[in-house]
Design a protein around this ligand. Structure first.
Ligand code: 4AD
Length: 455
């Protein structure tokens, strides 16, 4: 028969074919089904065409044979085309493997949308050795790949698990604004914009708003985008990142650290308890191990000592001294050498944000914590907060901040104060650690960083 003239007819009994998503295939073994999907891969072998179909919910092998392979569409089929395949889901023959151990033996199929071949073929657009900036331009196609989509699926599972963990710990989710007129983490990284003629910023952290919720809603958390105009071009800085923040009232610093340990470990346990997610994690990071509790505690002053004993220098080559900020490179060296999660506590007041509570009796230092993970470094920053209004007013002054736009934050201390503390966790950084990704950029759907705000 002339290929161009072979025309397939739809089966006479269309109602017999149940429309399913690929993940539902496991419940439809030996039944007639209809699957709509993208052609993830294709190969011809001995007169048959093997397709790996992808619909986001999973992967499924489909087999076309006989007349089904003889149409014009079959001969010109390209990967990333969309197709509809009708057939019977059968276990793969002994000795063969396929996703979920079965394949769709087609009775009928058709093309819905054909993807280009030749120079414009999908595989030419996202070649692995392409320049990173070209790959960034092609992010919308890159996310179709097995690795990028696996990361995004784990990301969704992690966010779901955090919400479950917080629910079980009694924290309530709130949604603070992204457009604000106050700073939290210093003026240097603020994105400014014009708000109906008034200066405003994209939020750096929802912390101040979470604090105001304590008297109203009790312990709270949020999952909100934060924005930082970071001039640093590093593998762990984004201009927009997903910030998981929580705030808790009537607790002390030791309790805050225990809570944080519980949230991290409890969330990862939930994630690993789901077999589908656990298998994605081991696919991406075969060495993944749950962190063991308790996390190692290390005082800032001991960290400075450790750095000097191990000859880790500051960025300008001098030895570290108490009062220094520990730069990313030094922090990473120490964390990698110690090889376990570390609660680094008690940073100097001078290098930390204005709102942090001082250590009673050692007032130049604060009840603050960074959680450091091997391979990534800091993934969480948190602290106890000043609970006294007068002390806070002094702290604004020390930082050169006009107190008036912060009246609502100060009021948290005026109308019934309490000891309280909280933290922010960078979701992309946690994922980079969990999935052993080189950069946080791979853990964001459409990463924003210096010089990139597209696609
Ligand atoms: O240490 P940071 O700046 O702390 C705060 O914003 C506090 N106000 C949070 C709070 O107490 N509610 O940021 C917290 C975390 C960091 O540990 C890091 O994981 C992440 O946010 N982070 C970034 N992630 C990606 N790109 C950036 N530019 C980031 N800046 C901070």
């Amino acid at each position: 028969e002339d290929a161009k003239k072979v025309v397939l007819e739809q089966p006479k009994n269309p109602a017999q074919y149940q429309k399913i998503k690929i993940r539902q295939g496991i419940n439809s073994r030996d039944k007639k089904v209809k699957v709509s999907a993208w052609v993830h891969r294709l190969r011809s072998q001995k007169g048959r065409i093997f397709l790996v179909l992808r619909d986001g919910s999973g992967y499924m092998q489909a087999v076309l044979s006989d007349r089904l392979t003889q149409t014009y569409d079959a001969m010109t089929l390209t990967s990333e085309s969309t197709v509809e395949v009708w057939g019977t889901l059968a276990a793969v023959p002994e000795g063969k493997s396929a996703p979920d151990g079965h394949e769709l033996v087609a009775d009928y199929w058709k093309v819905i949308g054909k993807a280009p071949g030749g120079d414009d073929a999908f595989t030419n657009k996202i070649s692995k050795d392409a320049d990173p900036s070209l790959l960034a331009d092609m992010r919308h196609l890159v996310i179709r790949g097995e690795t990028a989509s696996a990361v995004l699926k784990v990301r969704a599972a992690v966010l779901r698990a955090f919400r479950d963990e917080y629910e079980s710990l009694g924290l309530l989710e709130v949604t603070p604004p992204c457009m604000v007129q106050t700073q939290v983490e210093g003026g240097g990284t603020l994105f400014k914009f014009d708000y109906y003629g008034q200066p405003a910023f994209l939020t750096q952290s929802s912390q101040l708003y979470l604090e105001t919720c304590l008297p109203s809603l009790g312990d709270v958390f949020c999952v909100q985008e934060s924005f930082r105009a970071e001039k640093s071009h590093t593998r762990r800085h984004l201009s927009e990142y997903t910030h998981l923040e929580a705030e808790l009232g009537f607790l002390n610093f030791a309790e805050l650290l225990e809570h944080l340990e519980q949230v991290i470990c409890g969330t990862l346990e939930r994630v690993m308890a789901n077999p589908a997610t656990a298998s994605l994690i081991t696919q991406l990071n075969p060495d993944f191990k749950q962190p063991s509790r308790p996390f190692r505690r290390m005082d800032y002053k001991d960290a400075i000592k450790w750095l000097n004993e191990n000859d880790v220098r500051t960025d300008d080559g001098s030895p570290h001294k108490v009062g220094d900020d520990i730069a990313e490179a030094a922090e990473r060296k120490m964390t990698d050498a110690l090889g376990v999660p570390i609660f680094l506590v008690g940073f100097p007041r001078e290098i930390k944000a204005f709102y942090m509570k001082r250590i009673p009796g050692d007032e130049e230092f604060t009840e603050s914590v960074d959680l450091l993970m091997p391979g990534v470094g800091e993934i969480v920053g948190g602290s106890m907060r000043m609970s006294d209004a007068t002390e806070l007013l002094e702290a604004y002054k020390g930082e050169g901040i006009d107190a008036s736009p912060y009246y609502w934050y100060t009021d948290q201390r005026v109308y019934g104060t309490c000891e309280h503390g909280g933290y922010g966790l960078g979701v992309e950084r946690l994922l980079a650690w969990t999935l052993n990704r080189y950069t946080v950029r791979d853990c964001s759907l459409y990463p924003r960083f210096t010089g990139r705000c597209t696609p």
